[in-house]
Design a protein around this ligand. Structure first.
Ligand code: C2O
Ligand code: CU
Ligand code: CU
Length: 516
């Protein structure tokens, strides 16, 4: 079975299209209150300590091992101000090496935190960070060589708020944790003992690691009480591999005000918001009618991600209101004109072809077929008895010569930590063409050190809310073109990365490094 056949097969299994949206929201007081991660505001402190550590988190009745920054799970929200230098000291208290990458920040390769910036177990590293870019919601997460997927799955991720004069003066909701809230959305898979069940195997190397439970700021289906008026939600899809399709249960629109790299010129109203792994969007939602509603994710077509319970709308968080009103508005303009796109014919053009080892493709699809057969039969995730065991047995022979950790590639090459692929010219626009032709898989492609513009995404002109500043572009069986520029240096000792942000594709080789 190849991927084309698999798609037909998975449509037969049901899922996706045509399901009625369920109105979950009833204003349920028994739901847990949304946890807002602690805010480290560099207006007050310019020296920040981040300790990477193991801890325990409660999920249902299980107290399980999780990893976090300065806590057991996830990390503090760090707020940076344009042109204000800060010093971050990272202490690694794990039993393995990690790095901290500042995803979305336009900073030099030395500060970027790619795989070369390894912090060994027990060690400390100091990072000087200055945001010189416009306001944006970014994030930080580990980027160690071949282990990013596992470390993010264990719980390491945090949000970064970059502020500037525009973001502080626009009349947007600004009461942190009240009408300006962060939502870090991630799926998790737990084993029989309730522990996080991370595995890098043929299934996850092929389609990415995915779970059956979606968490919001580390909680299952929490509730947030907002004032009546406008609610600003800073959304991060922090999943290893899963794309989301967010909507409000009562169909109220969301007004997108910012994408990965900052404000759009003006708000864009959407009914549903598709979010690739690692993408951020900021939306405003009108809560003035006082009615509770759920933020849902609707079924997506991505391979493996439409299995139960994600074959139905899945409630992520319930929004309810208190009786007080805020006086924020939805501005008509966000004071962020996008520069005109230069003519791309005269620019340096680079081509990137994403591919997967054909053996991994075959084995991965077999594993997914087996897995989804099981889960559709039991309407839950399978345990590893019965046919899973048979499948493992059958795969032994074929797997003998599959080198899993090098099975994903860009331009035929698997990631080589010692060899930057090319040098980009500082301060010059380039047109990058990323191709997934011949491959049915979704690849959310990410580039370090820049905020780019999408010229075309899978052959199509991007919709308005994807036409602003971005650091992730969808590549799915077609060619996507982006306009990039690097304003900072990245030497060969600390090059930038460009990679698929399905973390298991990244960890198994779909990444390259380059210097500026
Ligand atoms: Cu969010 Cu190179 O990563
Ligand atoms: Cu990044
Ligand atoms: Cu990929």
């Amino acid at each position: 079975m190849n991927r084309r056949d698999f798609l037909k097969y998975s449509t037969l299994l049901g899922a996706a299209a045509g399901l009625p949206w369920l109105a979950f929201a009833k204003g349920n007081a028994a739901l847990p209150k949304l946890i807002i991660p602690p805010l480290l505001d560099t207006a007050k402190q310019t020296k920040i300590q981040l300790t990477v550590q193991q801890g325990k988190s409660q999920f249902g009745k299980n107290l399980i091992t999780t990893w976090g920054y300065n806590g057991a799970l996830l990390g503090p929200v760090i707020r940076l101000y344009r042109n204000k230098p800060v010093q971050i000291t990272v202490h690694n208290r794990l039993n393995e090496a990690t790095t901290v990458h500042w995803h979305g920040m336009e900073i030099s390769g030395i500060a970027d935190g790619g795989p070369q910036a390894s912090i060994e177990a027990g060690q400390t590293r100091q990072i000087n960070l200055t945001s010189i870019q416009q306001a944006a919601t970014c994030w930080y997460h580990p980027h160690p060589h071949m282990h990013s997927g596992k470390q993010v799955a264990m719980g390491l991720a945090g949000m970064l708020l970059l502020e500037d004069a525009n973001s502080t003066s626009l009349p947007l909701p600004k009461n942190w944790g009240i009408d300006d809230i962060p939502l870090i959305i991630q799926d998790k898979k737990f084993d029989e003992n309730g522990q996080i069940d991370y595995q890098l195997n043929v299934l996850s190397a092929a389609v990415g690691w995915f779970g059956d439970t979606l968490l919001c700021n580390g909680q299952m289906y929490p509730q947030h009480y907002a004032p009546r008026g406008w609610l600003r939600v800073r959304l991060l899809n922090g999943c290893n591999a899963r794309s989301l399709n967010l909507a409000c249960s009562d169909h109220r629109p969301m007004y997108v005000i910012a994408s990965d790299g900052g404000f759009l010129p003006e708000p864009v109203a959407v009914q549903n918001l598709y979010m690739l792994p690692a993408e951020r969007f900021e939306v405003l939602i009108d809560t003035s009618n006082g009615q509770a509603f759920d933020l849902l994710t609707l079924p997506v077509k991505q391979m493996g991600m439409n299995l139960a319970p994600f074959d139905q709308p899945y409630p992520i968080i319930q929004m309810a209101t208190v009786s007080t009103r805020n006086n924020a508005t939805l501005p008509e303009q966000l004071n962020n004109k996008l520069p005109a796109i230069p003519s791309v014919d005269i620019l340096t053009n680079r081509q990137f072809k994403l591919s997967m080892d054909s053996q991994l493709d075959t084995l991965g699809m077999q594993a997914l077929q087996q897995f989804s057969g099981d889960s559709s039969m039991h309407h839950k995730m399978p345990t590893n008895h019965g046919h899973m065991a048979v499948m493992h047995h059958n795969m032994q022979a074929n797997m003998a010569d599959l080198d899993l950790m090098h099975a994903n590639r860009i331009n035929g090459q698997t990631f080589d930590i010692h060899k930057p692929a090319f040098k980009a010219n500082k301060g010059q626009y380039e047109c990058w063409e990323i191709s997934g032709v011949g491959d049915m898989m979704l690849h959310p492609f990410h580039i370090h050190g820049t905020q780019f513009r999408i010229l075309s995404e899978n052959g199509k002109i991007p919709p308005a809310h994807r036409a602003g500043w971005k650091d992730i572009v969808s590549v799915e069986g077609a060619v996507s073109k982006v306009l990039v520029k690097f304003n900072h240096p990245a030497p060969s000792s600390f090059p930038y990365m460009a990679h698929c942000h399905i973390l298991e594709h990244e960890d198994t080789g779909m990444m390259l490094s380059f210097t500026v």
